[in-house]
Design a protein around this ligand. Sequence first.
Ligand SMILES: Nc1ncnc2c1ncn2[C@@H]1O[C@H](COP(=O)(O)OP(=O)(O)O)[C@@H](O)[C@H]1O
Ligand SMILES: [Mg+2]
Length: 258
Amino acid sequence: MSHLVFDAVTKTFQSRTGPIPVVEPFDLEVAKGEIVVFLGPSGCGKTTLMRMVGGLETPTTGAIRLGGAVLGKPDRRRGMVFQSYSSFPWLTVEENVAFGMRYRGDLGAAEKRDRARHFLGVVGLTEFAASYPNRISGGMRQRVAIARTLAAGSDVLLMDEPFGALDAQRREQLQVELRRILEADAKTIVFVTHDVEEAAFLADRVVVFTRRPARTLALVDVTARLGAHRDLETRDSRAFFELRSELLHLVRSTAEDT
Ligand SMILES: Nc1ncnc2c1ncn2[C@@H]1O[C@H](COP(=O)(O)OP(=O)(O)O)[C@@H](O)[C@H]1O
Ligand SMILES: [Mg+2]
């Protein structure tokens, strides 16, 4: 059953020099529990698409539906982690994570605290639970944002290059962890990256976009090739190697002037 549906979605911005088409008709059906990665060159329109899913922009034509209903303003069914994120400086790290659960009337205070601590552990920040955001690094603050969004338990997670500012080792850990979270608790995730390796490792399917205006250049079924379970050994497999080089060729073909 499809869960998140893009139905002929377009976006055109108006500028003083005329209209700027950013997204050409885009169609995609994302199943519940699936992780779809948007891969494409910088400036092609990935963030614009994500902002439309999040309700921060409206499609010029077409519609995005979740569970059958057309999406409107931001709500808690959609949790977003963007490239750079500001946490609340007057709340501790743990309180910032708990803040993501403020609307979860189904959780008691103790459950919220346990859940906040659990996800701080997932992102490797347990020992900083009582610290304030201005006392930790930018990469750590990004991990706070990730923990907060995971703890909130939205139906759909929108992650726009969330690991971009992290060092390679931490990024790998979080990629593995994200797949593990998905195996335990089916979440629908739309994840933006321009990193081919990250796309290949994380995705069930990858949408490769052209340069602006974004069109689907290829839709690659990663799970059919690698299986649903991913771990550190996945990266050493021949199937992963072939997939990565295929994606790289696609991205290169669109980065060049054609
Ligand atoms: N509010 C806006 N008004 C005009 N142009 C915009 C606006 N937002 C984004 N754009 C343009 O849309 C294009 C795609 O941007 P974006 O979606 O951020 O790309 P990506 O995330 O793939 O790097 C860029 O050329 C950007 O300048
Ligand atoms: Mg972007």
